[in-house]
Design a protein around this ligand. Structure first.
Ligand code: SF4
Ligand code: SF4
Length: 338
């Protein structure tokens, strides 16, 4: 992602809809928040009218757009001339727009990209991310599960977005152009973007209370590996994996080979460090034998191992894990207890 000096414009509400239509007319695949029963989910949509009118955050995260639930890594076929490999990363990836992401959704692409590109470039992820345009909208409301401001984020944070729109008191939107991709959108739609508004965005953002200091947590976690808190805070956990599947940063996956005689496919699918099978050895030994050890791993990975390695935490404070937990486990309870 090429980040440039932010340029500001004003855009009127009808022009926002027109921008969506222009992107759809250019054949872009658009994912946006859409009602699904009682939930709002990022889903593919074709018309502006399909979008959910009012939502805090979607129940699922935007990671599905670049890291699908399951996908083919490659397939192979033995022939008389040798083995033919079909690598899906060789096929051009479509241009995709993520519309209506929140600042925490966009910020999550930073640790997610670190995971998939830091030591080894995962072409499936990387090609999708390169072709993804992220058009986010600042938050003007929050709930008790939100804690973006505790993990270096915020309701108007621009990190990870190509353009961030913020609704102003006039009903118009401030459009902050953050990357070259965002600038291209302005260049392709010049009549929709007007001179920068005079109103600042700060007064139009949600007030998200800061609940902890991430640097302090990172430092404390070096000493708390054997703490009884892990067992205590995970006692109600059912090991269902819901918290991991909705998390925009969690990226554990499993690899499965499906072989059929002389041909086969290698697949990868989401997995979770909260599942007992995740670390079960063939011998029957499990180095993380109980839910406490698994919960500790999840917290340590996000708040210590990832920031130790790349200076960015593996949590953006979206609160999805806590909202979705059937056992009422709230990640904030653990982190603030630390
Ligand atoms: S959603 Fe709740 S019950 Fe399910 S694995 Fe996560 S913490 Fe455990
Ligand atoms: S751990 Fe929970 S709060 Fe943090 S990014 Fe993942 S889902 Fe959001």
């Amino acid at each position: 992602m090429v980040v440039m000096r932010t340029e500001n414009y004003s855009i009127k509400k009808p022009s926002i809809e027109k921008l969506f239509d222009n992107l759809a007319e250019r054949g872009k695949t658009i994912y946006a928040p859409k009602n699904n029963g009682e939930r709002v989910l990022f889903q593919k949509i074709k018309n502006f009218g399909e979008m959910a009118g009012d939502y805090l955050v979607t129940a699922n995260s935007a990671k599905e757009v670049v890291f699908p639930r399951y996908e083919k890594v490659f397939s192979y076929k033995k022939t008389e001339d040798g083995i033919l490999i079909d690598d899906p990363a060789d096929i051009p990836f479509p241009e995709v727009v993520l519309w209506g992401s929140r600042p925490c959704d966009a910020a999550a692409f930073i640790p997610l990209t670190n995971i998939f590109e830091q030591d080894y470039t995962d072409n499936l992820y990387s090609n999708r991310r390169k072709n993804l345009l992220v058009l986010s909208f600042s938050c003007d409301t929050c709930d008790e599960f939100c804690f973006c401001t505790s993990v270096n984020g915020g309701p108007g944070n621009t990190a990870g977005s190509d353009i961030l729109f913020t609704k102003l008191s006039t009903g118009d939107f401030l459009a902050e152009i953050i990357t070259e991709k965002g600038k291209k959108v302005v260049e392709e739609n010049p009549s929709l973007f007007e001179a920068s508004p005079t109103e600042e965005k700060e007064g139009n953002l949600a007030k998200v209370e800061t609940r902890f200091n991430q640097d302090e947590i990172q430092a404390k976690l070096h000493e708390l590996f054997e703490d009884p808190l892990w067992a205590e805070k995970s006692r109600a956990c059912l090991g269902c994996g819901s918290c991991v599947f909705v998390c925009p940063v969690c990226s554990c996956f499993d690899i499965q080979d499906e072989a059929h005689g002389s041909h086969g496919t290698r697949l990868r699918c989401w997995d979770s460090c909260g599942f007992s099978l995740f670390t079960l050895h063939a011998s029957g030994h499990n180095p993380r034998p109980d839910q406490g050890a698994r919960w500790r791993q999840r917290i340590l990975h996000k708040f210590r191992y990832m920031p130790d390695k790349s200076k960015v935490a593996g949590c953006v404070g979206c609160g999805r894990c806590s909202r979705s937990c059937p056992a009422g486990i709230n990640i904030l309870d653990t982190v603030t207890a630390l």
